[in-house]
Design a protein. Structure first.
Length: 101
């Protein structure tokens, strides 16, 4: 028994063990597509470095999410301005954005 190596997950919480039946990969892929879209938009505006911590992830419940990370105050102000303009455009067209944010 001396030669047996402990299993890697025996020492800590099994954060990497996934629960069967949850769509972790699909949820992460959806989040990654959103990240790619946002990165493309930032590149088009020559702001690719404005969100250095932008990444896709998935939680233990199988829900994908996009982590925006820390941003500069200028980046946050730019996001706020973009949302205001989008909201104004949606109102002018007579429809809501359908977005909970």
């Amino acid at each position: 028994m001396k030669d047996e190596q402990p299993t890697p997950w025996a020492e800590g919480d099994p954060a990497f063990i996934l629960e069967e039946g949850k769509g972790y990969v699909r949820a992460w892929a959806r989040a990654q597509h959103a990240v790619s879209s946002l990165k493309d938009s930032l590149d088009a505006l020559e702001l690719s470095e404005s969100m250095p911590y932008l990444r896709a992830d998935v939680n233990v419940f199988g829900a994908g999410f996009v982590e925006l990370g820390r941003v500069t105050p200028e980046t946050a102000a730019l996001l706020a301005q973009a949302l205001v303009l989008l909201s104004a455009q949606a109102e002018a067209e007579g429809k809501g954005t359908g977005c909970a944010a």
